[in-house]
Ligand binder design. Structure first.
Ligand SMILES: Cc1ncc(COP(=O)(O)O)c(C=O)c1O
Length: 296
């Protein structure tokens, strides 16, 4: 591991496991793995996914990381900050017309160069899947696909699974690109049931993306597509109310794009009797709380 990454990680907080005590859980034991606590900015699955990717970039002596994301992207937010910390240049290709959001302001403050690209062009960028694939890169550039969706991300995600120091039956997490889910599927024993909760509507294509990221086929996982609340970054009053109630009862902040939808879905499945009393579930808090600023 590059010494600068070790130095950065040494400043992180611990990601603890917190038990949720709630009569609604009907005897199912729910624990939250608080990856959101790791770091105020590089929180949740961001560090897990970026760690080995950045190590690769640094080992190649790359000086500039170019990636893509929306105007509230947690991925770009973490990348810009890490780039600043490591003395790497960063470029963000931002979906859609020029606009101003708190996230974009943070990116610029961290020194990220922002290039706004049309939605159509943005979609075409998704075809470039390896670090050298983006046309026009210089020899010291490193291309990082949307959401850090590359196989190297799985290695860092496996570290979060390795930190879980108690027995459990089920592990669940929210999904955007499905990369974090793939990392978890690969890292857990096959006796563990893995649930991903898609944050977007029409996420059927993710199954193939996840299968492609996995080095070997696994059948101990499933992707719930039932809790997208109308689509990516869309919400409904019941989701907002759930997040508020959950925070009030457990002092754990959620956001409506990923973690709120996952926990809403999980509570709903528990209410439907999908899990048995006594089963222990670990839900991963993948962070992303900066994104809450888009819903104020
Ligand atoms: C807070 C949060 N949770 C979950 C995800 C989904 O992760 P993945 O794209 O690896 O499925 C993201 C996006 O990266 C995120 O920002």
């Amino acid at each position: 591991m590059h010494p600068d990454l070790i130095k950065l990680e040494n400043k992180f907080n611990r990601s603890i496991l917190t038990k949720v005590d709630d009569p609604c859980l009907q005897g199912v034991e729910l624990w939250i793995k608080r990856d959101d606590l790791l770091h105020p900015i590089i929180s949740g699955n961001k560090w897990r996914k970026l760690k080995y990717i950045l190590n690769h970039a640094l080992s190649l002596n790359c000086k500039r990381i170019i990636s893509m994301g929306g105007a509230y992207s947690n991925h770009l937010h973490a990348l810009a900050f890490i780039g600043h910390e490591l003395g790497l240049e960063t470029v963000g290709l931002i979906r859609g017309e020029r606009q101003s959001t708190p996230t974009l302001t943070d990116l610029q403050r961290a020194g990220m160069q922002l290039n706004f690209v049309s939605r159509e062009k943005y979609r075409t960028l998704r075809q470039y899947k390896s670090w050298q694939a983006l046309p026009g890169l210089t020899p010291t550039d490193y291309w990082l696909p949307e959401g850090g969706a590359v196989a190297l991300a799985l290695t860092g995600v496996a570290e979060l699974v390795a930190e879980i120091d108690q027995a459990y039956d089920i592990i669940c997490l929210p999904c955007g690109t499905g990369t974090t889910l793939a990392g978890v599927i690969q890292a857990v024993p096959e006796t563990i049931e893995v649930w991903g909760f898609a944050a977007l509507k029409g996420a059927g294509f993710l199954t193939r993306d996840i299968e492609q990221l996995l080095p070997a086929p696994r059948d101990n996982w499933r992707l719930s597509q039932a809790y997208h609340f109308g689509g990516f970054a869309r919400g409904k009053p019941e989701l907002t109310a759930f997040i508020k109630q959950f925070r009030g009862a457990n002092a754990i902040p959620l956001e409506p794009v990923y973690t709120g939808k996952m926990l809403y879905g999980l509570y709903d499945l528990i209410e439907q009797g999908r899990f048995k009393p006594g089963q222990r579930i670990i839900a991963i808090h993948t962070g992303g709380l900066q994104g809450n600023r888009g819903f104020d």
